[in-house]
Design a protein around this ligand. Sequence first.
Ligand SMILES: [Zn+2]
Length: 337
Amino acid sequence: MNTAVRGEREPPPAAVARPRPPTVRRRRADPGTVIALHVGGAFIQGCVLGPDGSPRASERWFTRPERGPDAVVDSVLACAASLAQGCRPAAAGVALPGVVDDASGRAVRATALGWHGIPVQDWVAEHLDLPVAVGHDGRTGGLAEARAGAGVDCRNFLYLSVGDGIAAAPVVDGRAVPDGHGRTEGLGHVVVRPEDGDPCHCGRHGCLETVASTTAVTRRYARMTGWRGVTAREVYHRADAGDPHARVVCTDAVDALARVLASEVRRHAPERVVIAGEPAGAGSSRLASLRDTLAGRLVSPAVPELRLARFGDMAGCVGAAFLARDMALKGGKPTAG
Ligand SMILES: [Zn+2]
C-alpha cells in the first residue's frame, strides 16, 4: 500500500474537546466495506478494508500530540472523514494505545496522545454517522494476525508490536485477550531502567518504550552521534554494518525487549510470538538476535517460535477493520475483539 504522511491539512488545535456535527453524509453503504484507523503517538494510520478482506487504501497522518489532546481528536476525525469520503463504508473501527474500554469505546488513558476519558466511539460515530468499534491496538493487531496473518495456524500465540509504542496481547483460539497488565498502559511501560532511565510520557522513567520503541532508538542514536532524522530501521541497519553507536542503541533495545518478552512468555507460554514493526522490520538477523537473547533468559518454557507479522505496522489498523466488519455483519452492534 502506498502511504503518504499528511499533516498540512490538519485543522488548528481546538480550544475545547467537543462532539463535532457529522460532516460526512451517509450514503448507501457497501456492506463489505469498512474503514479503520490506528491512532499512534507518531502517526494516525487509516485503511479501507474491501469485500475481499484485504486492505486496499491507506492514509498516514502525523499525530503531533504536542499540539494538545483536542487537536489530536480533530486529526482523528478528519482522517476518518477523508477515508469515508473515498468509499461507502458500512462501519468504522478505531485502534487505540493505552488503557481502552472496548465496551464503551472510550480511551480511558492514552498518555502518548494526552487523552484521558475521551469517548472516541461516540465522537467518531457522530462525525461519520456510522457504527464504530473501538479496541486496544495490541489486541486488534493480534486479531488481524489470528484471522489472516502469521497466527492463522496457531492456537496460542503472543502478538508483540514494536513501533512508536510497544504493545502486546496473548491470542488464544483466535481471540485476543487482555495482556494481564490490568489498568496500566501495558507492556511498553514496564520499567526496565529504574536507575538511569529516560523520562516517559506516562510520567515514569526508564519504561521499555524509552529504550526499545522506534522513537527511543532514533532519539538515543541522535543523542550519541548528533545525527538527527535517522529512522529506527536505519539505525538497526547501521548496527548490522558495524556502526558502534548504533550497536549500543540496538543491543540495549533488544536486551530490554527480550527481558520483558521473557516475562510474558513465562506468563502465557505461547507456541509462537508474532512480531510487528521494529526490530522485526529490520530483517531476520534482528529476529535471530532477539531469539538468542530470549534464549539466554529462558530455561522453561522453551523459546517459542518467533515470526514476523504479516501485516507489519498496519496490523493494529487491519484488526480494527475486522472489528468494524464484525460489527457491520451484526447490524451495527459491537463485538469483542
Ligand atoms: Zn512509561
